[in-house]
Design a protein. Structure first.
Length: 344
């Protein structure tokens, strides 16, 4: 089964081809980061227009990379939500129109399910069941994953997600867009013992998160510094922030592993690319004898490969494909609304 995947939920346009027997054949991606940097953040209308410009060239690139023709495609998967409504509509309309013209079915995919399953794209994938730490954009969740569509929520953020806290704290430190990735790089140069920031809900007794207070602590630190905010201060503050957020994510993940009795942890989403988070989790895994799985770095951010994979796995799991032509997007769509065997 050959599945074409289309991703357009925010500021990356991704097209990929995934074969159920051979795996990922090709993927093409365009990031809008340079365009949005001028405005200090994502501009939804510009994002939608850019998706329109990119989908056809990226489709041609993905087909050429896989050595396939459109007639070879068996189904088209696309991101139905969550995300920016206009951006989602571009990918949805493109995928549905393409499938209708080819006479092929479609498979709407939950964006976060794509991230959740993305480590299965690696050469050494995890097996079900596993614990998943999903740290993508506005979402921070811990889940028990028993199979495709079989998810049990163990804990989630009560306010700001980890990715949001990274981006907002980066802005407080005067870093340009996209701030989260720049903050992580800056933290590598910081003094680990210079500042102490709070670890929100570290000892809450449950698996929930809260990061808005950590962001406020960074704001207080910047205000206390006054006119003495220089590059050294920014690096030290970034290091303190990152250490706090990593400690909370790691401790909660370890608690989830102990609570479920599972020996596999999957880390997915953009924050999953953070070097300190990976290094700390790897150390804990060696000490406590469990395994940690990450997506390849190129699949941590939004991409078409994870959508093609999720669509293919959904079809293999028995989720009915949909006739092309009738469609809708869901900008707000909780992952836990997905029932086993039903992607709608």
């Amino acid at each position: 089964m050959l599945v074409l995947g289309v991703e357009s939920s925010c500021d990356e346009t991704g097209i990929a081809l995934y074969d159920s027997a051979a795996g990922l054949l090709s993927h093409a991606l365009h990031s809008q980061v340079a365009m949005h940097a001028e405005y200090g953040g994502v501009v939804p209308e510009l994002a939608s227009r850019d998706h329109i410009r990119r989908v056809v060239p990226l489709l041609r690139e993905a087909l050429a990379g896989a050595g396939k023709m459109l007639d070879d495609v068996d189904a088209v998967a696309y991101t139905r939500g969550p995300g920016l409504s206009g951006a989602l509509l571009v990918g949805c309309a493109f995928a549905e129109a393409l499938a209708l013209a080819m006479g092929k079915p479609t498979m709407p995919v939950h964006h976060l399910e794509g991230h959740l399953l993305s480590p299965l794209l690696s050469g050494d994938p995890p097996s079900f069941p596993f614990v998943a730490l999903l740290v993508s954009g506005g979402h921070t969740q811990l889940m028990r994953v028993s199979g495709v569509g079989r998810y049990e929520l163990l804990g989630e953020t009560l306010d700001d997600a980890a990715g949001e806290a990274f981006d907002k704290s980066a802005k407080l430190l005067g870093l340009p867009y996209p701030g989260g990735a720049l903050l992580s790089k800056l933290a590598e140069r910081g003094d680990p013992g210079k500042y102490a920031l709070p670890r929100p809900m570290l000892h809450s007794g449950d698996l929930n998160f809260s990061f808005s207070g950590l962001k406020t602590a960074v704001l207080t630190l910047v205000r206390e510094q006054g006119d003495a905010v220089d590059e050294a201060f920014k690096a030290d503050a970034a290091r303190a922030f990152q250490e706090a957020i990593v400690e909370v994510l790691v401790k909660k993940s370890l608690k989830a592993i102990k609570q479920t009795g599972l020996k596999q942890l999957v880390v997915a989403g953009g924050v999953g690319a953070n070097r300190q988070l990976r290094a700390t989790l790897d150390d804990e895994a060696r000490r406590k004898r469990f395994r940690v799985y990450y997506p390849e770095l190129e699949f941590c951010t939004d991409n078409g490969a994870m959508i093609a994979l999720a669509g293919c796995l959904r079809l293999q799991a028995g989720t009915p494909a949909k006739p092309a032509g009738a469609f809708a997007v869901q900008p707000r769509w909780p992952l836990m609304d997905i029932a086993a065997g039903d992607a709608a």
